[in-house]
Design a protein around this ligand. Structure first.
Ligand code: ADP
Ligand code: ASP
Ligand code: MG
Length: 455
């Protein structure tokens, strides 16, 4: 049994859905459970419609819904064959429900996290239905399972945490037996509380759903099908020309995901690691490319650095102790405040009199700063980026930092950190310097490649 997860671009259009259908059909004998994201850009549009409605732009919101309805009908129905009439009814019913919800939001003039999840969930509910019908029309035995009856979460709407015990039990008792009979198709990203309220796992969360489902059905493999050939040595949106990494360890991949490699949602690997299930990154446009294989132990690699990940839109907070020295308990007070606001810190560096740290979530930053100022001086700098070298051999290879600094000689590096795991070396630079920084580091560390590991 395997899990095959397809991201938004992999199901964005009728052509894309046809490609996915062929890919799954060729692997039907592995008994796949297919996990799918909303059709490309749908989640953004749904949330935009919700916001428009709640801020009094009812007609604009309904027009957006109409546009999505048209897209889903056009692209969804064209592959449903004899099932088109049935699917048409389902799609229209979902959009009628959405119309009512949007009208309701415009009356109330308020958008709660719970309503956001109700609206956002429509994308995956529809894409999974559409895919299940396309599979059936292509002659496969396929069955749609509503993820909200399987993937249980707490009620932290928009960022819900899975209730693993309940979810794994349901997966084992219902989804695993169903997948013995037919291809199961489920929406990623969405779940429900035990009381039945719809939740989502946070943006990009379909990867996480795939891993949870993989762990729960005890899959032999979790395949993440996306729009790139695998994990690359650099983020292709920052610099082109990165090389495919064929084999990478769970630890390395987790570090890459955490430091911005969008190709994998950061929480994805935990369930896979716990049950030791290999994760593959594959390209739905080029299914013959072997992709990236993520396992406990990666292939031995001559190159110390496996990839460079980056995270943009980073804010630095400099927190100075008002006393001359960092008094006992200073750090604890700082971290307690971030903890209370559920705001995570990516990087920290300290000197005798100050602490600098980076954030990518500015939601509560004003409140946090107000509390910090009660016992310290705080300054904030926006517009930064983290650049992170990742590779298990970094810890055993002397001179990596030296080489990096030489390359970055003329750049203003704002912060440096090497994680306790010693498999990353991170720098904070101005966002304006990001591209050049990555290009320079890439040229330094990837000019001579180990062919066993890189393409
Ligand atoms: P999906 O919709 O399939 O989940 P995402 O857009 O979430 O796809 O993730 C795939 C994207 O991740 C790629 O198109 C690429 O731009 C980006 N990405 C960032 N860093 C990397 C990297 N190191 N290797 C591969 N892709 C990366
Ligand atoms: N559709 C959701 C999003 O756009 C989840 C996902 O694609 O992973 O964030
Ligand atoms: Mg994604």
């Amino acid at each position: 049994m395997i899990v095959m997860k397809f991201g938004g671009t992999s199901v964005e259009s009728q052509e894309a859905i046809a490609r996915v259908t062929a890919i799954v059909q060729a692997r039907e004998h592995y008994r796949p459970v297919v996990v799918v994201s909303a059709m490309g850009k749908t989640t953004n549009k749904l949330l935009e419609a919700a916001r428009e409605a709640a801020t009094g732009h009812r007609d604009g919101a309904l027009a957006l819904v109409d546009e999505m309805r048209g897209h889903h009908l056009t692209h969804g129905l064209s592959l449903a064959g004899a099932f088109a009439a049935e699917l048409d009814r389902y799609i229209r019913a979902h959009f009628e429900w959405l119309d009512e919800l949007i009208k309701g939001l415009s009356v109330v003039g308020e958008l709660s996290p719970r309503s956001m999840d109700a609206v956002a969930s429509v994308g995956e509910r529809l894409s999974s239905l559409i895919l299940s019908f396309a599979f059936r029309a292509a002659g496969m035995r396929a069955q749609h399972v509503d993820s909200r009856r399987v993937l249980f979460t707490d009620d932290a709407f928009t960022q819900a945490q899975p209730l693993f015990e309940e979810t794994y039990m349901q997966l084992r008792d219902t989804v695993r037996p169903a997948a013995q009979q037919s291809v199961v198709v489920m929406g990623g990203f969405i779940g429900a509380t035990l009381g039945g309220q719809t939740t989502t796992l946070g943006r990009g969360g379909s990867d996480f759903s795939a891993a949870i489902i993989g762990a729960g059905i005890d899959a032999d493999e979790i395949q993440i099908w996306t729009d790139v050939d695998g994990m690359l040595t650099a983020d292709p949106r920052i610099i082109p020309g990165g090389h495919r990494v064929k084999s990478i360890s769970f630890e390395e991949a987790a570090e890459m995901a955490y430091f911005g490699a969008k190709v994998l949602h950061p929480a994805t690997l935990l369930p896979a690691i716990e049950r030791n299930i290999p994760v593959l990154i594959l390209n739905s446009r080029r299914p013959d490319v072997e992709g990236t294989r993520i396992t406990f132990h990666a292939l031995p690699c001559r190159n110390p650095v496996k990839s460079i990940s980056c995270k943009r839109n980073i804010t630095i907070l400099n927190i100075g102790s008002t006393r001359m020295l960092l008094a006992h308990g200073f750090m604890r007070r700082i971290f307690e405040i971030f903890d209370r606001y559920r705001t995570s810190i990516d990087m920290v560096s300290t000197s005798e009199v100050s602490v600098s740290l980076t954030l990518d979530n500015r939601e509560n930053v004003d409140l946090i700063c107000r509390e910090l100022r009660e016992f310290s001086q705080v300054s904030m700098e926006d517009g930064h980026a983290i650049v992170c070298l990742v590779g298990e051999k970094i810890r055993h290879t002397p001179g990596i930092a030296g080489r990096a600094f030489q390359v970055l000689e003329k750049k203003n590096i704002r912060m440096i950190s090497q994680g306790a795991s010693l498999l990353n070396l991170g720098f904070v630079v101005a966002e304006a310097d990001l591209r050049e920084t990555v290009a320079a580091l890439h040229a330094e560390f990837f000019s001579d490649l180990d062919p066993a590991v890189f393409d």
